[in-house]
Each structure stands twice: as C-alpha cells, then as structure tokens.
Design a protein around this ligand. Sequence first.
Ligand SMILES: [Zn+2]
Length: 94
Amino acid sequence: MAYCQNCGQMIDDKAVICVHCGVAVPSKISDSPSTGLKVLCFFFPIIGLILYLVKKDQTPISAKAYGKWALIGFLTGIVCTFVYNVLLIMMLAV
Ligand SMILES: [Zn+2]
C-alpha cells in the first residue's frame, strides 16, 4: 500500500490518481537494478535469491535482474567446481 502525498490517505499501489482528493500520484519508486547489487548477486547467488524474493512485489524489474545474475553466478560456480575437479582428477591420474 502507498500513501497519497497530498492528503495522506492510503491508496492502491497502482493508483494514478488519489481516490480521496483527486490529486495525481507521483510516479513510483524507480525500478532499475543497480550494477553493484548485480555483481553481488553473481558472486553470492544466495543474496540474489533473497533480493529477488524481497523485491519481486515492489520492483519486479530489478528483482528479475538480480534473480538472473544469481542464476548465472550459481551456474558459473557449478562449472568452475566441475572444471576444478576434472583438473584435479587429471593431475592425480598422471
Ligand atoms: Zn489524496
């Protein structure tokens, strides 16, 4: 729920005009993902998952971006672990 900046009454999040006083509601909180957080999500996918769950209702565009980077980071982690293990096995086998 949001509050009208003119009369202070509770209004719907998606409201464009306040139903109580008729004043136009200023545009929503900006929904652009921050680069720093995307990097954080990449290196710590669990943070990306938490950010996604916390932000998906208020800022869905940012939430999706963080979720995506968390997934990329997670998959990269799996690939790195796999490559590392293969190299280790190869070195031990020699
Ligand atoms: Zn109002």
